[in-house]
Each structure stands twice: as C-alpha cells, then as structure tokens.
Design a protein around this ligand. Structure first.
Ligand code: ATP
Ligand code: MG
Length: 299
C-alpha cells in the first residue's frame, strides 16, 4: 500500500451520490443494492479532519470484510467485495473504488447504534464518573478508568442526523423498536462482541468496546455498515494494558488523546492534525490490520 496522498473525496462523474457520511460515501447500484466507498477521511468526536490518513479506507474495508466472512451466526449485508466483479459504470473508476468499496444489500437502517462494552472507557467512563451508571445500568463502585466490567454490557445510542449520537437506556430502544427487536439486537450485539473478543485475545488484543449497526431486509434483521474496525471499536494492546490510565490503543484513540492536549473545544472546526500524528495513526491502523489478518486470514 502506498503511503502517498490520502483519498479525501471520491469523485465518480455522472454518478449520483446518495449520501456522504463522515468516512464513507454511498451510491445507489439498483433498487436493492448500494455501493459503499471507504475514503481516507478520519473523524474524532464527530468532527471530520481536513487531513486524511493515507490508505485508511482500504485498511478499514479489508478488516471489516474479514470479520463479515468470519461471523457466520448472523446474516450480513455483503453482496460483492471484489472490484473486478463490479457492474458498469462503477467498474470505470478503479482509481477511486478498488480495494475500498463493497456492494451491499440496501436495508431499512435501524436508527440505533448497538454498542457492546467489555471495559469502561470513553463516554461510558464519563457517564460512570458522573452517575455511577452507564446508560442507566448501575455499576459497582470504585471502578478505575479502563477497568474490565464484571460482564459485557449492551448500551444503545440513538443515531442523530446532526451532532453527537446519544447513549440511551435500553427502555428507550424498547419503546422505539418493540421489546422483541430490541432484545434481539442486544443479544446479537453481545454474542458478536464475545466472539470477536475471544478471537482477538489470541492475538494479544483486548476488544474494549465496539459498535454495530443493523437494518431490516424483508422483516429480517441483518448486520450492516462496517464491523470490528478501528473506527468502530477500541482495540488495546494486552501487554501494555493498565487500568487507571488511558490504554495504548490501535485506533484513533491516538488522535483523541492528541486532541485532549490541545485547546480545541470539540464544537468549533477542529485543529489540523500534525503530520506526525497522521503518520503514527496510519502505522497503528496498519499494525492492527496485520494482527487481525494474522488470526482471521493466516498465510
Ligand atoms: N446495508 C446498509 N443499508 C442502509 N444503510 C447502510 C448500510 N450500510 C451502511 N449504511 C449507512 O451508510 C452510512 C455509512 O457512512 P459513514 O459511516 O461514513 O456515515 P456516518 O458519518 O457514520 O453517518 P451516520 O451517523 O449516518 O452513521 C451510515 O449512515 C450507515 O448507517
Ligand atoms: Mg459510520
């Protein structure tokens, strides 16, 4: 993978973009299918930075696809991962699409993020410090930052069109989706978390927490979006793990930690990322990709 320029914007002349997310761009293939392109954009605290991480989209796409192939106990949205099989007009744009895009089933997205937490960090830690609970779930007193939780927790969050996604109690999700669907999503989320946690443990990685999205196709819930990537998960190095401090991580926690040292208020346009932070983040993404390949696609 070349260390050249980051691919910040995807331009496919004449093809209408349905949606441009923080990281991915979505195109319509036909009534039932979407094309998802992972750019090299990077976001933290819900802000996208002007600098990208070169090759990040390719790395994320590869990691997510490996997991989708590995997890067989729930259906997922993947239809075609090989660019050589993409239909026209998409096959005309290898420079933008190869190795960083997938064709997926278009679903009716469920507007909740399904988060599994095995350790207490991030917004979970902030909740706990303020209230002793996470998403309304009471936790034992005296936990330290990054401590392992007695049991993994399912904590839903609403997907907000603008601004920050919001952690909510399970009751809110039950009201929104009905008990059966909400409970099903909670069960599946924890099942995938536990599976991935155990796989990664063998590679010396702690899966601290992770986020999934689901959608309906013909009344059936399937797994969509990206899964178990450094953008949707916190991966920690088991050898360096020490509760009480922010663990050394393979994901953009590195960027988050850098931002915490600046004066940025997280509401105004973000400051530029220094070249050194971009390069170090890129190395982290590459390192975690190699480790995941080591357990999911050993050579
Ligand atoms: N199979 C699918 N069917 C419908 N929507 C999907 C599917 N897979 C992913 N998506 C949606 O495509 C978008 C992917 O783009 P990206 O992750 O960059 O968005 P985002 O900035 O995280 O925005 P959002 O807050 O909407 O998730 C997300 O909105 C995600 O929910
Ligand atoms: Mg997203």
């Amino acid at each position: 993978m070349s260390a050249e320029k980051a691919m910040i914007s995807i331009k496919l002349p004449g093809i209408r973009k349905l949606y441009s997310g923080k990281v991915r761009d979505i195109y319509k293939v036909d009534q039932e299918h979407l094309l998802i392109v992972s750019s090299d954009r990077v976001s933290a605290f819900d802000h996208v930075f002007p600098e990208g991480i070169p090759g990040k989209g390719i790395i994320l796409n590869r990691i997510s696809n490996l997991w989708f192939r590995n997890i067989k106990f729930i259906k997922n949205h993947l239809v075609e991962t090989n660019f050589s099989n993409f239909p026209k007009p998409f096959s005309d744009y290898p420079e933008f699409l190869r190795d960083r895009s997938v064709i997926v089933k278009r679903t009716e997205r469920i507007d909740f993020e399904c988060i599994a937490r095995g350790y207490i960090i991030g917004t979970g830690w902030k909740d706990y410090e303020a209230t002793g609970s996470v998403c309304g779930i009471k936790l034992p007193a005296g936990l330290r930052m990054a401590d392992k939780l007695p049991l993994p927790l399912f904590t839903p969050a609403t997907k907000e069109d603008s601004g920050h996604d919001m952690n909510v109690p399970m009751e809110v999700m039950r009201k929104g989706l009905g008990d059966a669907t909400a409970d099903h999503l909670g069960d599946i989320t924890l099942r995938i978390y536990e599976h991935a946690r155990d796989v990664l443990d063998a590679a010396g990685i702690i899966l601290a927490d992770t986020k999934f999205e689901f959608g309906f196709v013909d009344n059936e819930v399937i797994l969509i979006d990206e899964i178990l990537t450094p953008d949707s998960s916190r991966f920690w190095d088991k050898a360096l793990y020490m509760p009480g401090s922010s663990p050394v991580s393979y994901d953009k926690q590195f960027i988050r930690d850098y931002l915490e040292t600046t004066k940025w208020d997280k509401n105004s346009p973000p400051p530029p990322l220094p070249e050194e932070i971009v390069e170090k983040t890129r190395e982290k993404y590459l390192e975690i990709m190699r480790k995941i390949e080591g357990v999911l696609a050993p050579r």
